[in-house]
Design a protein around this ligand. Structure first.
Ligand SMILES: C[S@@+](CC[C@H](N)C(=O)[O-])C[C@H]1O[C@@H](n2cnc3c(N)ncnc32)[C@H](O)[C@@H]1O
Length: 274
């Protein structure tokens, strides 16, 4: 017998959609139920019904934040899919070094960075292969709606299992320090990345503009209209000639026509036309 009623499902799925864009369509009752059951335990409540009544009649910003937090999926790992990082290494960063040689700045955005493995992969690639950029102003902005994921990214502290996922052993030894059961990323890498909680549904004011944006494996959670709006906003903050990466399985429905599909080896990305 399901623990969640149709009324509760509607209430929570509407709340999550409005606040984060994450669409929990019919059939996702199980997901909502299992995630909220965890939250019920953490909050010391007795049931989802009790959580529902609290949220419905006595909602606080903190409770709302915890409900959204419970519904985010933070799956990620270092150098995920590999090809985008090969494209950065072999084609895009060399092109940007030439293009930006007068202003000597390069900006990346990992929009939906989860626990930091994606922005740190970019930072590791830069430190490892582009020593000439040490005198440039290089910034990797890393944002996510999940405050817990952002905190973990800021801490740069990973378990052995997390460190084993996608990270070559040579980089682990060179850029991390073992501390008990954890691996801490070193300050040199951390300095390149600026973490911030940010909701992709909100305005992008104040983030500046970017040469490369990674927005991977997050748009899959949104409906078409939300996806289109976010893509439009992303393209606006991309510099002319800049590149956008989506997840390998994601279709760029709703990308403005000034974005041209480009392939570097097996990496697919979109380049903003000047
Ligand atoms: C599956 S992870 C992808 C992480 C990373 N981009 C990668 O490809 O490995 C999806 C992330 O999107 C975040 N997210 C979901 N909705 C969001 C929103 N409205 N604004 C910002 N981040 C969001 C989640 O918190 C989660 O960390």
């Amino acid at each position: 017998m399901p623990k969640i009623t149709a009324e509760e499902f509607k209430f929570f799925s509407d709340l999550v959609k409005q606040s984060s864009g994450i669409a929990l369509n019919k059939g996702k009752e199980y997901l909502l139920e299992s995630r909220l059951s965890e939250l019920v335990k953490v909050l010391g409540l007795r049931s989802i019904d009790e959580l529902y009544r609290k949220a419905r009649f006595n909602m606080t910003p903190q409770l709302k934040k915890e409900i959204i937090e419970a519904m985010t999926t933070n799956e990620t790992y270092f150098f995920r899919d590999q090809h985008p990082f090969n494209a950065l290494h072999k084609h895009i960063i060399p092109e940007l070094i030439e293009k930006n040689k007068d202003k000597r700045t390069m900006r990346f955005w990992s929009a939906a960075c989860s626990t930091g493995q994606e922005p740190y992969s970019i930072a590791l690639l830069i430190l490892e292969h582009f020593p000439q950029l040490s005198s440039w102003k290089v910034e990797i902005l890393a944002t996510d709606i999940s405050y817990k994921a952002v905190k973990k990214g800021q801490d740069g502290r990973y378990t052995q299992v997390e460190a084993n996922r996608g990270l070559p052993i040579t980089l682990l030894i060179k850029y991390f320090k073992q501390q008990g059961a954890f691996w801490m990323i070193n300050e040199k890498v951390k300095r390149l990345v600026r973490f911030k909680t940010m909701n992709l549904l909100g305005p992008f004011t104040g983030v500046g503009t970017f040469d490369v944006i990674f927005c991977r494996y997050v748009l899959i959670y949104f409906d078409l209209e939300t996806k289109k709006k976010i893509l439009e906003k992303l393209v606006k903050v991309l510099n002319p000639g800049g590149y956008l990466f989506l997840g390998a399985t994601e279709t760029p429905v709703g990308l403005p026509p000034n974005m041209k599909r480009v392939m570097f080896g097996r990496a697919v990305c979109w380049k903003k036309q000047s």
